[in-house]
Design a protein around this ligand. Sequence first.
Ligand code: FAD
Length: 482
Amino acid sequence: MSPAQAQIVETIRQRFGDRAVTEDAETISPWLSDWRDRYHGAAPAMLMPASRDEVAAMVTLANEARVALVPQGGNTGMVGGATPPEDGSALLLSLRRMNRIRSISAEANLAVAEAGVILANLRDAAESAGRRFPMDLGARGSATIGGLVSTNAGGTQVLRFGTMRSLVAGVEAVLPDGSVHDGLAALKKDNRGYDLTQLLIGAEGTLGIVTAATLRLVPALAARAVAWVGLETPAKALALLRAIEAKTDAIESFEILPSDVLDLVLGHVPGTRAPLAVRHAWHVLIEAVATDSAAEPPAALLERLLAPALESQLIGDAVIAASEAQAEAFWKIRHSISESERAAGPAVQHDISVPVDAMPRFMVDGAAQAEARFPGTRAIAFGHLGDGNVHFHVAAPKGADPDIFYATQAQPITRMVHDMVVAAGGSISAEHGIGQMKRAELERLGPPSRIATLRAIKAALDPRGILNPGKLVALAPEAPTP
Ligand code: FAD
């Protein structure tokens, strides 16, 4: 530990007690690698504030001493954003002790949750208040509000409710100099110039430490129905979505996966079974909802809308969950993909978006091109088709050594996939962010004006570069990677 770090740790211990900081290697160790185990860092201490004021004091000390901080919530991020640098030059700043829901109001349709509140707990609290927080993803049992805000997370309800950005009505954060941005008031109209709250959403901890957020709630569900559909191509899946959307606005999720991915989950997660008896090349999971118990039941609605699709052979088969348990079983398949894929062996992941109408072709042609260029690999695309966002993963050839595969193949594969994405007018990060994984690619693909603006914003707010260095954008341009 450097003398400056040791001084900060000592001061924090004196001011806030032993619970606010630890140097215990065993306690810190699980938080030094990312969820996928691709990035490994070091940190001589982990700071654990319990309040906004404690965060402000810690950031002030770090800024004065020019010691870097890496904010961390549930550590479920997919781009190494919460992993500290390997050289031990940064302290971890865990927000997990700040786990209070400060208020929840069905009348205002708002909840104010601290950064360390776990998504599943907020969803439960909203339900107890007769409302819903419409954000869901596989990591709901660990991902925190601070992490979700800071990555502008997506998930499986974006189709209807948008990403985290549209669910956040206000943010409270500590800025790099230790001052507090109190933007929790949920004002519908507020035109006082640049919107700092919006800037902090998706900033990946590089511009401020989110300490709390005001979150929008939506009406509770009277009923929901979940359908599992088998069909031939992503193009047919998109045609199905468009046909359904023309008749109803009750569709909340529309997720696609190929049969390979279904097989992966069935092989990895005990108790899961294929929803349809016959094998189909592609599968779609659809959720329809009703907030009014007098409205057409969602199951009847789905049945009515899927029948003509079946008749016209747009789809091959479909089943509507007959019970809530079966609906949960369908969703379990979807939410277990990341975990099953991680267990299946090395793969280079890409979280990409292209215009929705271009996505079906991208999923099929892009995968074929990647497999042709890198013989033995298997390219799979799955996820949020209706958002024009899929996870495009290129798995190593069978039996490949993970270290050699990542060292020799990861960069050329990623470059190829990202070049295809840019050519299709898309984004190399749809919902996971840039972190350390995609920083070089962001610099490579620009455009330069965008990178220069990101850098200028970073320099203006955090001129000493103390917040999450090495993530998203560097303060100064770096030499391009060969
Ligand atoms: P962390 O991983 O701890 O941190 C993520 C980033 O935010 C880091 O850069 C970190 O420095 C920063 N950060 C964390 N807390 C704060 C704070 N309080 N203030 C400032 N910066 C902070 N993501 C999706 O978008 N959609 C999905 O469908 C999805 N599915 C997933 C499924 C699984 C099984 C897993 C493991 C992950 C999935 N993710 C998904 C990724 C992940 O859950 C999200 O990125 C989530 O937002 C991360 O939250 P976290 O609390 O774990 O943040």
